[in-house]
Design a protein around this ligand. Structure first.
Ligand code: G3P
Ligand code: CA
Length: 247
């Protein structure tokens, strides 16, 4: 099996997570696949962010569900990480898609939970579908979420899109497999905490490729690959052997 490393939130050990600066580092390090997180603002624009507030990763605070694109101007999503990233913008998904086309990158895009309710959740899916129309056909995308209802709705709308169910806890395994079937997922993404070789084997037997987060130790990654894990998410993808970064 060919194994893969996803640059988690971009090359997030070297640049502020979920910014174009972190994703641009993929090319410099010969990394083909990255992971990022998305949510939606009030006018339906999809943005890159892990958190539901601006507090941790920008120079602003509070929520963003009432924002329009104009409100994104001037947000500094880089200074918290280091002076050299001062002024790094908070990117939109449309800007990310353009970068993916330019730099020939592939993505695992994680839909965050969208805590603003059902209308915003549907707006997020609309925005995601709209942004992906600009993606060149050679580019590959996997959409993941802990919210499996979002994924089922997306798969209903776009049956050809590859999706991955994210889990923190997945016991009993047969229940998780029932959900994967119902969603129509191709992948399952699991935390490395408490994961066993037997669990990986069970999901593989059921026909699902397993990816594991967040693995910053390359020896641990090798162990997981030996168990049958297909891919790992890492904040330090540049430290992995080139064969994992290129596949
Ligand atoms: O998609 C894998 C991983 O990114 C899930 O956890 O909190 O880093 O988004 P988190
Ligand atoms: Ca994520």
């Amino acid at each position: 099996m060919q194994h893969r490393v996803y640059a988690h939130r971009g090359v997030s050990a070297l640049a502020p997570e979920n910014t174009l600066a972190a994703i641009k580092l993929c090319k410099a390090h010969h990394i083909k696949w990255f992971e990022c997180d998305i949510d939606v603002i009030g006018d339906g624009t999809v943005i890159l962010t892990h958190d539901s507030t601006l507090d941790r990763c920008t120079n602003r605070s509070g929520g963003y569900y009432h924002f329009t694109q104009a409100d994104l101007n001037g947000i500094d999503a880089g200074s918290w990480f280091g002076e050299s990233f001062q002024g790094e913008p908070l990117p939109t998904l449309a800007q990310l898609v353009q970068l993916m086309n330019e730099q020939k990158l592939n993505a695992n895009i994680e839909i965050k939970s969208c805590e603003a309710g059902k209308a915003m959740a549907l707006s997020l899916l609309d925005g995601l579908q709209q942004a992906l129309t600009a993606l060149e056909p050679e580019r590959e995308v996997i959409i993941s979420s802990f919210n499996h209802l979002f994924l089922a709705e997306l798969k209903k709308r776009c049956p050809r899109i590859a999706v991955a169910c994210l889990y923190e806890s997945y016991q009993p395994l047969d229940d998780a497999i029932t959900v994967l079937e119902w969603v129509g997922a191709e992948y399952i993404h699991l935390s490395q905490q408490g994961l066993s070789r037997e669990t990986v084997a069970r999901f593989n037997q059921a026909g699902y490729k397993v990816a594991v987060y967040t693995v910053n130790n390359t020896m641990r990654a090798n162990e997981l690959f030996n168990w049958g894990v297909f891919a790992v998410f890492s904040d330090v993808p540049h430290l992995y052997a080139e064969r994992y970064r290129k596949s």
